[in-house]
Design a binder for this molecule. Sequence first.
Ligand code: ZN
Length: 378
Amino acid sequence: MEIQRRLLSQIEILALKGNLDTAACMELRPLVTQIVESGKNELCLDFTSTQEADPAGLKFLRNLCKIFASRKKQIHAFGASSQLGHKLNQLEEWVQSVQYYKSNTEFENSFADQYALWCKKLFTVAQGGALWRSVNLRCPLCRHEGFSGFLLNLSGYEETWEEEDITPQWKALNNSENSIEWEVYEVAVCPSCLFAARRLNFFEVIMPEGGLEHCLTAENLESLEKIAIKRRGILGPTQEKQAKYLFGAPRERSMAYPAWKLFEITLRGLQKGRKMENPLELAHANILLAKFAPSQGERKEALSTAYVWLQDMIGKYLNYSKKDLARAYVYAVSVGLALDRNEDVRSNFEKYQSQCASDTAYDFYTQRMESLVHSLRH
Ligand SMILES: [Zn+2]
């Protein structure tokens, strides 16, 4: 059996190619143990290319379900053939504990929706009456509390491509008083230790009725502690003393650059050895560093960094979800155009055409890709 590993945000996906038999179980066991021990709470099994599971394979899956259930961890799975699906449905432990999806797309969509759903619920109890609100946060690293994170009510906004931007923008639907340059507010920053994150569930949310836990693992926290020193020096000494005011609301546009820089440091801190957990997030952060850069030199440097990570992802495309890949291609073409890498632009456009364009799920990106390449032709 061939086992391919890829990551969707914090979820490890194992694609099992071939037969799930005794030999395959021996290969899988150390991998799964490593994932469980690493403190990850979720695992996904991709059966799209799995042919058969023999009794040893089924027994392995049953035990896996027991281990995960006893540790309150979740298994997701998708893509089993009807024959394999039938066998899996005979396993009581499997039926009781596994979250099953028909396809990779269904899994990816439901997963992407989880954080959005979390935000939507949180929005209803957040402060402020407009279409963007704030919540009170506690830092998972230094325990400082009472600083703000911001949320958008996405139903009042539409994601659009602006010609001069590389990433899509949230545009208020018909109410200009709700318009906000979201990227200025998107990163929440602890004013005490300068830990910064784009997702509010990297922090604890303080609420009168008890609050919400953060989603970082013990291992994540340990690596973030180690790089605390790197966050110092991003702000000048005067700014550092005023951090409490600078990262609240209203937030000046000039604070977007340090906020994204601090977030970039968080992402690098979550990196394991030489392996980046989520290169697309890092590329995205660098694209925004370029957007808000105080100088041309910093802009160029951020774009070049983003480009390296995007090209790296494209080179290892099997490791990533198709949705992340579609986004990576579109960003790579934009950044490639900004850096005058016209050869790469053509080749990335062709790869996008063959890998993503035929799928209507990526129409949003396909449309953008076409307008980008159109500008190259004229
Ligand atoms: Zn802190």
